[in-house]
Structures are given as C-alpha cells and as structure tokens.
Design a protein around this ligand. Structure first.
Ligand code: SAM
Length: 287
C-alpha cells in the first residue's frame, strides 16, 4: 500500500548541510558584502543550486566554485557552461590544494622575482557541519586570501566574533581573530532557505590580517599552544598547561607575562596569550 509505505519511510535529512538559500535579497546582501570584485578572483564554497554563483558570475573576472555533490556540480556545469569566467570544481573543499590553485605556476616564475599571489575573496553559505574545519583550512592558506564572507549558524558566528572574557570566547574566536578582523553583518532567518534549517544563520566578514608577526609568535606552534590553553573549558590556564610544561617554568612564564595562574584562557586576549607563549619559549626574554 503506497500510504503505508510512505508512513514508514524515514524523514529525509538534508545531506551535506544542504539548505539552499531562496531569498534573492539575502543573496544580494551576501555577495555585496564582498565589495567590488570586478578585479578579484572569487572562490565560492558550496555553490549548491547556484543562487550566489549567478550573482558572482556577472561581477568577477574569475570565479572558482567548489561543490562536493556530484549531481549539483553537473547541474552547475550545465548552467554556467557558457560562462568562461566560471570554473566548477567537483571536490571536497577540505581537500583542495590551494597552492596548486593559487600558487606560482611551475615554469612561469622569473628568477630573482618573488611570487606575489593575487588576493582571492572567498564567499559561501557554508555546510554548517564543517564550518570550523573550513575556516582552519582557509587560515592555513591565508596568504592567498583577502577576505572571507560566510553564512554560518548564528551561534557559531557569535563564537567566532566573541570578545575575550565572555562565555562564548574560545579556541574558534581566538584562532579566527589571530588571522582576521571579524565583523558580524546580519542575521538570516530559517525561512530564507529550503528546506529551512532549525537554527538562525548569520553572515560574517573576515578581513584577513594575520597578527602572528605583531605578537611575536610566528610559526606553527602558537595555535597548538592556544588549543592546549583552551583544552578543558572549566579548567584554569595552569591546569590546562601543566601536562605539557614543567611547573617551575610555567610559574615563571606566567609571572613574566603578568598572568595569574588561576586565570582561564577565555579571559586572556591574544596579546596576553602570546606573552605567556613567548615566555615559555624564551625564558630570558624581557627578564
Ligand atoms: N550556496 C548554496 C546556497 O546558498 O543555496 C548552497 C548552500 S548549502 C548550505 C551548502 C553546500 O555545500 C551544498 O551545496 C553542499 O552540497 C555543499 N558541500 C557540503 N560539503 C561540502 C564540501 N566538503 N566541499 C564542498 N562543498 C560542500
């Protein structure tokens, strides 16, 4: 019986975070937040049915849109087949090698002249289940990117934009703010999507502005240090760090950085975290 069969069928759950934007107004505001892209390459993450892609294709000289879903990627290729400025890549954005996409082309560099990447602007109504992974990946290749406009779950946007001292400030806020200036632009209600998600969304603009040099923490180790500092949310900095550092050195470093051992990582701004990290690495600096 068809009715009995459909009653037993499990509710379809959107796969790959597929909530498609249906509001032209929200699409226009999102693309508008990228600014003038008439001379920029744009990378779109998860173009889906192409609502942002169509607007972008008219504005940028080069659009690279990365879509994991095979059927959607094929439909996009058909739709934008005539647009010579649009490349549809059927791929997992987390597996894209941005060096080969945006880095120097072998054989094209001139000896003695340093390669300067053309800054790329990134946009996407992200698949929410991998928001942090996508951001970390973009930060890893931040030298290629100028700004990132993303639609994410509202609570995640609040965390990315949170200031030190508040309950939402954590490793995601610290990492994002280490690489970029974060602006929360506007909220998007569930009704702007099909199917509607259970949560509100928000659009953020991240203007890439890496702080590592300024903070004296260039190199890979500082992110690992932040991860360790925020390790267990309710623990003090002392308790999160003492598994890795010996106590006398840790005590001295915290004193040198003027940070109380009872402080929690979420109360420290990036400059204070960097001061602790530097004092642990170079015990004699500043003493
Ligand atoms: N941009 C479209 C829009 O606004 O209507 C679609 C947004 S939908 C929230 C997220 C899109 O990301 C889907 O099309 C989904 O197939 C795609 N996607 C999911 N995981 C992906 C991944 N790892 N790499 C690339 N695209 C992915």
């Amino acid at each position: 019986m068809p009715r009995a069969i459909s009653a037993r069928r499990p509710k379809t759950k959107p796969k790959l975070g597929q909530h498609f934007l249906t509001s032209d107004d929200v699409a226009a505001r999102t693309v508008g937040a990228l600014g003038d892209v008439s001379e920029s390459t744009v990378l779109e993450i998860g173009p889906g049915r192409g609502i942002l892609t169509s607007l972008l294709a008219r504005r940028t000289p080069r659009l690279i849109a990365v879509e994991l879903d095979r059927v959607l990627a094929a439909q996009l290729r058909l739709k934008f087949g005539m647009a010579r400025n649009v490349e549809i890549l059927e791929a997992d954005v987390l597996a894209i090698d941005f060096d080969s996409l945006f880095g120097p082309r072998p054989g094209l560099g001139r000896p003695g002249i340093e390669f300067k990447p053309q800054p790329v602007r990134v946009v996407g109504n992200l698949p929410y289940y991998i928001t942090s992974d996508i951001l970390l990946r973009l930060f890893e290749f931040s030298k290629y990117f100028e700004s990132i406009v993303i639609m994410v779950q509202r609570e995640v946007a609040d965390r990315i934009a949170a200031e030190p001292g508040g309950s939402e400030y954590g490793i995601l806020s610290a990492t994002a703010q280490l690489y970029a200036r974060v602006e929360k632009l506007f909220i998007v209600p569930p009704g702007a999507f099909s199917p509607p998600p259970k949560v509100h969304s928000a659009v953020l603009r991240l203007t890439i502005d890496p702080q590592q040099e300024k903070l004296g923490v260039a190199g890979d180790g500082f992110i690992d240090f932040l991860r360790l500092s925020f390790g267990q949310k309710r623990k003090t900095l002392w308790n999160n760090l003492r598994g890795k550092y010996e106590e006398a050195g840790l005590k001295r470093a915290l004193a040198q950085a003027n940070v109380k051992p009872t402080a929690r990582a979420e109360t420290l701004d990036l400059a204070e975290s960097a001061a602790v990290y530097r004092a642990l690495r170079n015990p004699h600096e500043g003493s």
